[in-house]
Write a protein that binds this ligand. Structure first.
Ligand code: PAF
Length: 283
């Protein structure tokens, strides 16, 4: 496995690979502190492409909360070991200055997608995500890029950006990987205390409870309220939002229609750690 720090070395190396034959490049962008969720993306890329590139870059532009950025877990040694074992070919580990040097940005009309749900509580977050993913796509020029379904809204925005920027890249969405308790894997879980880690499993437990209760014809509002009330009974936990929406348009869904697919998305504070999760419901 090759570890490259410089943008220009990565571009040169990728170009050489592209010219050396008909090789497809799979790309897994990450912010490091890798867990089984990231590794499932890497494994899928390794299975489906001749070359897999992963990036590790904690992107300051997407953190609306400075303390979240300052405390974001870093573990490069472990990350590189995991990537090597999984068969990753290239790891791109750029510096902030190098990656954003001469970058004019990609200004896009998000169609309001950046203002709702996550966007309402994390102003500027999605522009930061678009900046880095656009820049990484320019450098790596992959055939396919892999993203987890946990960041559902991010995935929708990246798909839109890929289309608007005319990148010829297939965006592959991969299922959420969960702890035994059901808690969605996240690098931020490393910052939870033992007690918080145990309590946080209630997020997925409640998503399942609600998915079993909700029936065609019912209003979703009372289930959002149920989720918020149940979370708030747990010490040190507070729900930030709970929404049911259309998985394509992300429009809010207030009433459940027959033959529909809906995604229930939630954000919950566990002490000072903010966690998100979702579940797709089919009626
Ligand atoms: O999902 C993430 O880890 C990040 O938002 C991403 C896509 C690597 C961009 O920094």
């Amino acid at each position: 496995m090759k570890v490259i720090h410089s943008v220009s070395d990565t571009q040169t190396y990728v170009r050489e690979l592209q010219m050396s034959g008909n090789k497809t490049i799979g790309f897994v962008p990450t912010m490091g502190a890798l867990h089984k969720g990231h590794m499932s993306l890497v494994e899928q890329s390794v299975k489906n492409n001749e070359i897999t590139v992963a990036s590790i870059f904690i992107n300051p532009r997407q953190f609306n909360d400075k303390s979240d950025f300052d405390n974001y877990p870093v573990n490069h040694e472990n990350d590189l070991e995991l990537l090597d074992k999984a068969g990753c070919d290239i790891v791109f580990l750029p510096s902030i200055d190098d990656i954003y040097k001469n970058f004019v940005g990609f200004n896009m009309d998000f169609n309001g997608l950046d203002k709702i749900y996550e966007g309402e509580f994390r102003p500027g977050h999605f522009q930061g995500v678009v900046d880095i993913v656009y820049r990484l796509f320019e450098i790596v020029q992959p055939n396919k890029a892999y993203f987890g379904l946990k960041d559902f809204q991010q995935l929708a925005i990246i798909k839109l950006m890929t289309k608007l920027a005319n990148f010829n890249i297939e965006i592959v969405s991969c299922p959420i990987v969960r702890e035994k308790s059901g808690l969605a894997m996240s690098s931020r879980n490393l910052r939870l205390s033992k007690e918080q880690f145990k309590n946080a499993a209630n997020i997925y437990r409640l998503l399942i409870v609600i998915s079993n209760k909700l029936k065609v014809g019912e209003d979703t509002d009372k289930y959002c309220q149920f989720f918020i009330d149940e979370i708030e009974k747990i010490p040190d936990m507070k729900a930030e939002y709970c929404v049911f929406c259309n998985p394509e348009s992300l429009d809010l869904v207030k009433k459940i229609n027959k033959n529909s697919q809906i995604i229930m998305c939630v954000a919950v504070w566990c002490g000072k750690i903010r966690l998100i999760d979702n579940i797709i419901l089919v009626f």
